[in-house]
Design a protein around this ligand. Sequence first.
Ligand code: SAM
Length: 298
Amino acid sequence: MTLTEMRAVLAKRNLQLTKSLGQNFLHDGNQLRRIADAAGLTKTDKVLEIGPGLGPLTELLLARAGEVFAIEKDGRLVEFLQEHFGLKSGSPEGSAEPAEGEVLVEEDERAAFGLLHDDALVFIKREQRDWTDWKLVANLPYSVASPILVELAQSHGCPQRLVATLQLEVAKRLMATVKDDDYGVLTLLVQLRYEARDWFKIPCECFFPVPEVDSACVVLERRAVPLLPEAQHATFEKIVKRAFSQRRKMMLKLLKQDWPVEKLTAAFAELNISPMERGEKLSLEQFVALTKKLFNSG
Ligand code: SAM
């Protein structure tokens, strides 16, 4: 869908875009293809798309994957998508002509398409689905991008790959290592389950309306070998959140709120971590090692 087509659809339906829903639509064909390429899709893939908007990315996903499940919060867009993708009769009965804006994709080439009108964050939390065989491919609403990614990353069956377009600032946090200023809670909660594989910037002009912030697409791959058993994830999260609750404070002092000091001192010594260390200086691997030591002793 080109920018001209997008503007025409919005004008025809008298659709005013909602800033709070992060409605900055991606209209640049090259960037859309780059995002779909990053997902490495085949006809056996199942794709979760959050916030399909007017469906420019959905079109590519439907052409490349085996199944696409899209969740959109804005009912006006859901109605448009249903007509656009022929989920309800958009063209007159018996008409050979496609409905206005209907996508011309051969039925047998198109992935199975499910479209849900819901708040994706609420849905993911509520349903607790197994996403193990799914890939997330989405240009996320920026206000809820981080909670959605954390929720998916922490879910029992987290998706095999996350290809997410979001604010550049959030992308940097997701890709960060301990040496970076952007390293923090979001980095650790997501990287516990995922390896940061790739990222690329997407210029502001590729969106309509042009957003005030820079954007980037990140690619994260689920770890083949989990760093921790699932039973220890809650302890990892507790340690990480406590360690970053006051960035400038010594981590051992902060953790004293949850664990006996003798236990902490022993664990730090065994792991060769200075008792003076701040959380932001500890690598993911060190947080994992500390979790193993402190698990069950809170
Ligand atoms: N995928 C489209 C594109 O690339 O042009 C639209 C992306 S736009 C950045 C974000 C989309 O997410 C909008 O369509 C918006 O209505 C939808 N949205 C916002 N909050 C949502 C939520 N909590 N759950 C599902 N969709 C949401």
